[in-house]
Design a protein around this ligand. Structure first.
Ligand SMILES: NC(=O)c1ccc[n+]([C@@H]2O[C@H](COP(=O)([O-])OP(=O)(O)OC[C@H]3O[C@@H](n4cnc5c(N)ncnc54)[C@H](O)[C@@H]3O)[C@@H](O)[C@H]2O)c1
Length: 319
């Protein structure tokens, strides 16, 4: 099986590639700008190409069975750094990718959209058929990219996954996602700062998300469409309390600037046969274990917006 992973050097991509390499029958090509580095192992079944999805002239998808598309500017504040650049990468490039995929006869594309496309939802259970009310530019880019990709549904199998906020360890670590950042605060300062706290956020462990991507990669009969992927709907304050139980610390409530609040219902995915195996607590314990061993290194690269700001300022990323 030949797989092309766009954005395979990122937080999710790095865990995904390592997992897929365990299967000796899979050959992987990764295309990534390597903005945050490349932590992928050397392996005869893996080729990493340094490049940008905005220009695929030198890239071929011939003989590729499936594309997994993870290459985006991947959070709200980072998208706001340069909205034009973000629309180019997150939205316009999807047409370039899909046109090439169809031309080169790729059979399947799996796209990491985002559960945040729902915005603020009061419903107890947010299913895929509800209206989208994206709040931020990031959420809007994800919604429009989904629509572009789905407009190719007669030409290849399409799975748009709407993951909850991801947590857990990765070789390209992110400390700007809720569980990871609150855990780091508890470990370093014995203090957890919660913005507001009552807003509900769904969560997914990174190994479960990788499991979801694999599930669709190997699925022969899952229908083209949109699938939620999030399992623990919790208030941010409850996440902090869970962390506090594992890492004794004090919780401080600060003014909330981030209004997103929604509960993901992933029954459509579960009904297909997907089984989740990991919990928020697992992510907290895994991060703590590494910290206790003195092996948890942090740098600006772990904070998407901080790092991208530097790259843009130094003209390392341009329109
Ligand atoms: N992490 C989460 O909590 C989460 C939740 C929901 C959805 N997602 C989505 O999953 C995808 C991956 O997220 P992540 O957390 O791994 O982010 P990440 O920033 O760690 O990974 C993105 C990767 O894409 C690369 N990239 C960015 N623009 C590129 C371009 N123009 N051409 C080639 N490569 C490019 C980056 O160098 C990086 O390695 C994103 O689309 C994101 O929106 C993430």
């Amino acid at each position: 099986m030949n797989i092309f992973i766009l954005g395979g050097c990122g937080y999710i991509g790095s865990v995904l590639v390592n997992k897929l390499l365990e299967n000796k029958k899979i050959k992987i090509k990764v295309l990534d700008t390597t903005w945050f580095g490349n932590y992928l192992p050397k392996n005869k079944n893996l080729k990493v190409i340094k490049g940008d999805i905005r220009n695929l002239d030198k890239v071929s998808f011939k003989k590729v069975d499936a594309i997994i598309h993870l290459a985006n500017i991947a959070n709200d504040p980072a998208v706001e750094l340069d909205p034009n650049l973000s629309w180019n990468i997150n939205v316009l490039s999807t047409k370039i990718i899909l046109d090439k995929a169809v031309k080169d006869k790729v059979k399947k594309i799996i796209y990491a959209s985002s559960g945040s496309v729902y915005g603020i939802k009061k419903e107890k259970s947010v299913t895929e058929n509800l209206d989208l009310k994206p709040i931020s530019t990031y959420n809007k880019t994800k919604m429009i990219a989904e629509r572009i990709i789905l407009s190719y549904k007669d030409k290849l199998k399409i799975y748009c996954i709407r993951p909850a906020t991801v947590c857990g360890l990765s070789p390209r670590m992110r400390f700007d996602v809720t569980v990871n950042i609150l855990t780091l605060q508890a470990l370093k300062n014995k203090k957890i700062f919660v913005n507001g706290g009552s807003q509900i956020r769904p969560n997914i462990h990174i190994k479960d998300l990788v499991g979801v991507l694999e599930f669709f990669l190997f699925s022969k009969n899952a229908k083209t469409g949109v699938y939620n992927a999030g399992f623990e709907n919790m208030s941010v304050l409850d996440i902090a309390k869970k962390i506090k139980k594992i890492i004794p610390s004090k919780i401080f409530i600060t003014k909330n600037k981030d209004l997103r609040s929604y509960r993901l219902n992933s029954n459509k995915l579960i009904k297909l046969g997907f089984k989740r195996n990991f919990y928020v607590e697992d992510a907290v314990r895994e991060i703590k274990l590494l910290y206790d061993k003195g092996k948890l290194k942090t740098s600006d690269k772990n904070y998407t917006v901080k790092w991208l700001k530097k790259l843009i300022k130094n003209d390392k990323i341009t329109l």
